[in-house]
Write a protein that binds this ligand. Structure first.
Ligand code: NAP
Length: 251
């Protein structure tokens, strides 16, 4: 039987692209997010072997019950992809503490909860894949996203430490570190720059493309390809890594 992958943040952007790719490759997919509508629409378009389950990764009890529903449907989760995330922007001295806490809660504590819940079954089965969608902000600093950078650095640290803990037990744990990807987060940021600064859309877009030596936004499907490779048996010795998908921006 095909393996069971659970993807958080599956209703949009990178999580949706990953879910589509893994499903197309024959995996059984549990789609997790807070809003039911986008998950149900994606599941309807994927058809058989996909299952939408609502859950908030910051709520330990709620997300544990989402894993329970996933297990009832497709058995234990064998592949966990943590893509749920948020990215508030503000100069550090104006960064609201509530926004800081919320960012840590979703981007770090959410990954903590999902990894801890999923690992039990993976260790019992002596096989598992954990893939955390981190960011180039796990590898270097960026202005005006200090909370996001701190959270994504934490995700990479967690990834590396747990990878070493489970290295002999058939489970790999990796982080994927994309540069700017063409998703709603970036499109909203471009619209905000245009409305707040009066800059043209082309000008605002340049802000996001210039950090990529290839001079473009990355496609969500490119991130999905890397996830697919990390799930494969051929990637069994790749663990504790930060796989940058950034057109060479961190080279
Ligand atoms: P997105 O389209 O906004 O996707 C984020 C998803 O996370 C949404 O579907 C959202 O659905 C879900 N989510 C948010 N909070 C959640 C919570 N508490 N519990 C469960 N689900 C939650 O953004 P994206 O661009 O695909 O980003 C996905 C991941 O890639 C994030 O971790 C982001 O940091 C990372 N990343 C993005 C970029 C980029 O340029 N786009 C670059 C590097 C890294 P609901 O609102 O329905 O819950």
């Amino acid at each position: 039987m095909s393996r069971h992958a659970l993807v958080t943040g599956a209703g949009s952007g990178i999580g949706e692209a990953i879910s589509r790719q893994l499903h197309a490759e024959g995996y059984r997919i549990t789609l997790v997010g807070r809003r039911h509508e986008p998950l149900a629409a994606l599941s309807a378009s994927l058809g058989e072997n996909s299952h939408a389950v609502t859950g908030d990764v910051t709520d330990r009890v709620g997300i544990a019950s989402a894993f329970g529903a996933a297990k009832e449907n497709f058995g234990d989760v064998e592949i966990l992809v943590n893509s749920a995330g948020m990215a508030p922007t503000a100069p550090f001295h104006r960064l609201d503490f509530t926004d800081w806490q919320r960012t840590m809660d979703v981007n770090v504590n959410g990954v903590f909860h999902c990894m801890q819940i999923a690992l039990d079954a993976m260790l019992r089965a002596s096989w598992g894949r954990v893939i955390n969608i981190a960011s180039v902000a796990s590898l270097q600093g960026f202005p005006y996203v200090s909370g996001y950078c701190a959270s994504k650095h934490a995700v990479l640290g967690l990834t590396r430490a747990v990878a070493l803990e489970v290295a002999t037990q058939g489970v790999t744990v990796n982080a994927i570190c994309p540069g700017y990807v063409d998703t709603g987060i970036v499109r909203t940021a471009i619209a905000n720059i245009v409305s707040k600064t009066g800059r043209t859309e082309e000008d605002a877009m340049q802000h996001f493309t210039e950090s990529n030596p290839q001079g473009r936004l990355i496609e969500a499907s490119e991130v999905a390809s890397a996830v697919s490779w990390l799930c494969s048996d051929g990637a069994a010795s790749v663990t504790g890594q930060a796989v940058a998908i950034d057109g060479g921006g961190t080279a």
